[in-house]
Design a protein around this ligand. Structure first.
Ligand code: CMC
Length: 391
């Protein structure tokens, strides 16, 4: 082999060529398949964006109807999967449950590992697009101790997901366009973000020719961490803590700057965006609109805005180009929609699903080699084995 260079965290290493998502961190540009995120968030719906990411073009009406119908046909989850759900304690974190259930799904859908043709791949994709929101909704019913809701095929993808999560037993289900639109927008904004930690995980697991669902299950675990998707939960917990502490934002800014304090301002900073995160801009406006439309006043939004105002004018944050990221305001919307804090990262996962699928599909269709980074060894040189009584 040649000379090995190390690049911890792959800060400067490209792992693949990709035609899915374009991101310019200096200019704050994000595009899916060439379409700007601002336009998609405004004009498209989540299923259209999923189709665009996975198959490369915006669907025609006929293509979208077919995709939607194929998904609806697969929306049942095997009854035995519920026994697995039942086995978890109520206190289980929904991300662990979601990752486990996604992996368990393989046992009940063994044909999903067949990706020998594009048709076979399409079948696996439709299956997971159909069943994933069901599993995500189950994790919500679990923490709430509610019986499962089987959904309603006459509803759209996002509406049905919302119903399965939040319907109240014996009270029916009230549709609300403001809520759907907000949810749809959030899911679109989370749908792909090129080679982030979870997506790279999905690609690398998939590169061993493990199946799609196994790769996704690994991606969910990667997303769980507080430096990645778990930041949306961590942000609200942080804002709540600041509120409980009398709303003293300056104190927390000082903590975040203190190199002897492990505390970081959650929802701030990004590996690639060094000017602003275009998703955060859209979400901040959406948060204000949704709270206004629903007539909700959340003191945590004021704390968030106060924190951002201070940080954006502080030399520490300015010089390091640390700005609010996608996770900074998203939790405030989720809360307004009645979604509990532990569920926020699951919401992110449902949004990111089409991106993970698109990236996995691209990797397989391009017949990429197995992902297998190298290292520079810094351990002991050769030494002789010592029997246990001589150590
Ligand atoms: N609060 C305080 N200081 C920070 C923060 C923060 N949130 N983020 C970065 N820094 C400092 C860091 O200490 C370092 O300072 P110095 O140069 O003095 O050592 C400098 O800024 C560069 O940071 P880094 O850790 O080298 O940057 P990275 O690219 O490795 O990490 C990050 C990126 C997003 C993990 C990090 O900014 C972070 O931990 N942010 C908080 C968690 C978060 O909000 N994550 C969500 C990311 S966006 C969506 C997603 O992926 O889910």
């Amino acid at each position: 082999g040649g000379i090995i260079t190390i690049d911890p965290g792959y800060k400067n290493t490209g792992s693949c060529e990709s035609a899915i998502t374009f991101l310019d961190g200096e200019k704050g540009i994000l595009r899916y398949r060439g379409y700007s995120i601002e336009e998609l968030a405004e004009k498209a719906d989540f299923l259209e964006v999923a189709y665009l990411l996975i198959f490369g073009e915006l669907p025609t009406k006929a293509q979208l109807d077919k995709f939607n119908n194929d998904i609806k046909e697969q929306s049942e989850v095997d009854e035995d999967m519920k026994k697995i759900l039942d086995g978890f304690p109520k206190t289980a974190h929904p991300m662990g449950v979601l990752s486990s259930l996604t992996s368990a799904l393989i046992a009940f859908n063994p044909s999903s590992v067949d990706v020998s043709s594009e048709e076979a791949m399409y079948k696996a994709i439709v299956k997971i697009m159909a069943k994933f929101p069901v599993l995500a909704a189950w994790t919500m019913r679990k923490i709430k101790g509610l019986p499962l809701d089987y959904g309603d095929d006459s509803l759209g993808y996002v509406e049905n997901f919302h119903k399965m999560m939040l319907s109240k037993p014996n009270k029916g289900y009230e549709a609300n366009q403001i809520v759907y639109d907000a949810l749809d927008k959030l899911l679109i904004l989370h749908a792909d973000h090129e080679q982030n930690c979870s997506t790279s995980t999905v690609r690398i697991v998939g590169s061993s020719h493990a199946g799609l669902f196994a790769s996704l299950s690994a991606g969910i675990s990667a997303l769980w961490g507080p430096l990645h998707g778990g930041a949306n939960q961590a942000v609200i917990e942080m804002l709540e803590a600041i509120k409980a502490d009398g709303g003293d934002t300056a104190k927390y800014i000082a903590k975040a700057k203190d190199k002897n304090d492990p505390f970081r301002l959650m929802g701030f900073g990004h590996r690639v965006y060094k000017n602003f995160d275009p998703r955060a801009k859209i979400i901040k406006t959406a948060a204000e609109e949704v709270l206004g439309d629903l007539g909700i006043e959340d003191p945590v939004l004021d704390i968030a805005k106060g924190l951002a105002d201070v940080a954006l004018n502080d030399e520490y944050f300015v010089s390091r180009k640390l700005y609010p990221n996608v996770d900074f305001y998203s939790g405030i919307i989720y809360r307004a929609l009645g979604i509990p804090t532990e569920m926020f990262t699951v919401m992110f996962a449902v949004g990111r699903l089409p991106g993970w699928i698109a990236q996995w599909r691209e990797m397989r269709l391009r017949k990429e080699p197995i992902g297998r980074p190298r290292q520079i060894y810094i351990g002991e040189n050769h030494r002789d084995f010592k029997p246990i009584d001589q150590r």
